[in-house]
Ligand binder design. Sequence first.
Ligand code: FAD
Length: 302
Amino acid sequence: MPLSPEQKAEIEASRGQTAQTLRVVSPGMEAHLYTAHEVLDHGFVRVIDYMGDDSAICQAARVSYGKGTKSVQNDEGLIRYLMRHWHSTPFEMCEIKLHVKLPVFVARQWIRHRTANVNEYSARYSIMDREFYIPAPENIAAQSVVNNQGRGEVLEGEEAARVLEILKTDSGRAYDNYEAMISQDGQQGLARELARMNLPANIYTQWYWKVDLHNLFHFLRLRADAHAQYEIRVYAEAIAAVVADWVPFAYKAFEDYRMGGATLSATAMECVRRMLKGETVTQETSGMSKGEWREFEGVLRG
Ligand SMILES: Cc1cc2nc3c(=O)[nH]c(=O)nc-3n(C[C@H](O)[C@H](O)[C@H](O)COP(=O)(O)OP(=O)(O)OC[C@H]3O[C@@H](n4cnc5c(N)ncnc54)[C@H](O)[C@@H]3O)c2cc1C
C-alpha cells in the first residue's frame, strides 16, 4: 500500500479545495492534481503543482500581450513547428512539480537528470519507513546475454523463489538492525544519519521534483524508452500519461518527433538516398560499423 488512510484523506481534502485564478489552467491536469498514481509495489507519482498549458507555449513563442492563443489548428501547428525545429525555450515556460515515492536505486538513476529542482525526504532527520521494492515474479529476470546493461529471460522455478526469498529476508533483516541501532531503549541509540548506511538500495525514498516541460521531455525520451531499466521506465510512463492530459498538443508533437522519430547520421542518410534510387546497400557497402548498421536496420524496420 503506497498511501495510508490519513495520507489519502489529506489528498482528498486538497482536492476538495478550489480557488479562483486569472492564470490559465489545463482541465486535463486539474483532473490529476494531488492524486497519487501508483507505481511499482509501494511507489507513486502525484502532481503537486503546475504552470502553463499548450497556450502558454504559443504565448511565449509569439511573445504575446494576451493569452497568446490563435485558432486551435494554428496553435497545434506552431507547437509542432517548434518541436520539429528544436526551438525548445517556449516549452521551458511550462513547469510541473511532482511528489514521487521511489526505491533508492531508481532515485540514483533519476537524480542524474540535473536540470530539475529536488528536495528529498531527510533520512538524517526522519526514520525511514519499512518499505522495500520486491519485484513481481515476472520482473525477476536473468542477466541478458546480448545486452550487458539489461535483463533477459524471466527466472523460473526454484531459482526465482530463492532470489525472492533473499530479497525479502535481507531487506527485513537490514531494517530490523536499523531499528535496533537507532533505538534509545536502554542505550544511547545510533544517529539516524549513520544507521541508514546499512539499509539496502531497494528501500523507498520520497522527493519533490520540479522540472520544466523541455527538460521533462528529455527525461521521458530517455527513461520511457525501451532501453531504460523497467523500474524507472514505469515511473516515466506514469508521468507521460499525465503530460499527455496536461499539454495534449505538445505531447503529441513530442511522441511524433522524439519518441517515435529517429536521428540519422549523414552516412545513414546517404544510404537511404542510395536505397531510394534502387541500390542494394549492405553493411559492408554502407560505410557504417556493424553496430550502426544494426541500429539503422532497426530504425527502417520500425
Ligand atoms: C539507458 C541509459 C543508460 C545509462 N547508463 C549510464 C551509465 O552506465 N553510467 C552513468 O554514469 N550514467 C548512465 N546514464 C545516465 C546518462 O549518462 C545521463 O547522465 C542521464 O541520462 C541524464 O541525462 P542528461 O545529462 O542529458 O540530463 P540533464 O542532467 O537533465 O541535462 C539535460 C541537458 O542539459 C545539458 N547539461 C546539463 N548539465 C550540464 C553540464 N554540467 N555540462 C554540460 N551540459 C549540461 C546537456 O545538454 C544535457 O543533455 C544512462 C542513461 C540512460 C538513459
